[in-house]
Design a protein around this ligand. Structure first.
Ligand code: NI
Length: 171
């Protein structure tokens, strides 16, 4: 089922998510809904709190348009190693119609559980490394715009107020 994606400045997006203690049918249903919602948007990643569920679950698919879908499901994801630095443009389904460059680690190693409860490790660079950092941030109530400098964030707030008003008119 496609779920409604919460958008900035919804306070639910600022809350910290709790670890998943046991993987149940509810978890599997949550992941199915998250994947469906992400693909429908479309987006390359989605974190559970973006649909109002405060559990540490993320889905990512950075495969290109002409490639086979490659869904990553990460439960209780943790960044266990980082290297380098990158500064790429990011967007977010919870901050529609806005993009900005964000400083991130260029490479990350992420450890998580899959839906079977097995430990999985990803060694990621490029877009996947950025996506992992962006989605794991969501689990801690952090949006990509929180990484902007105070001046840039002020410009964002002003600009976004106008974008949000426009969204309300078209809704
Ligand atoms: Ni996001």
């Amino acid at each position: 089922m496609i779920r409604r994606i919460l958008t900035y400045p919804d306070p639910e997006l600022k809350k910290k998510s709790a670890p998943v203690t046991v993987i149940t049918d509810k978890t599997r249903e949550l992941v199915r809904d998250m994947a469906e919602t992400m693909y429908a948007a479309p987006g390359v990643g989605l974190a559970a709190p973006q649909i109002g569920v405060h559990q540490r679950v993320i889905v990512i698919d950075v495969s290109g348009k002409d490639e086979h879908p490659a869904l990553i499901v990460a439960i209780n994801p943790e960044i266990i190693h980082t290297a380098g630095e990158t500064y790429e443009e990011e967007g977010c389904l919870s901050v529609p119609k806005y993009a900005a460059n964000v400083r991130r680690h260029a490479e990350v190693v992420v450890r998580a559980l899959n839906l079977e409860g097995d430990e999985v490790t990803w060694q990621a660079d490029g877009l996947l490394a950025v996506a992992f950092q962006h989605e794991i941030d969501h689990l801690d109530g952090i949006l990509f715009v929180d990484h902007l400098s105070p001046l840039k964030r002020e410009i964002f707030r002003k600009k976004y107020r106008r974008i949000a008003e426009g969204l309300q008119e078209s809704a």
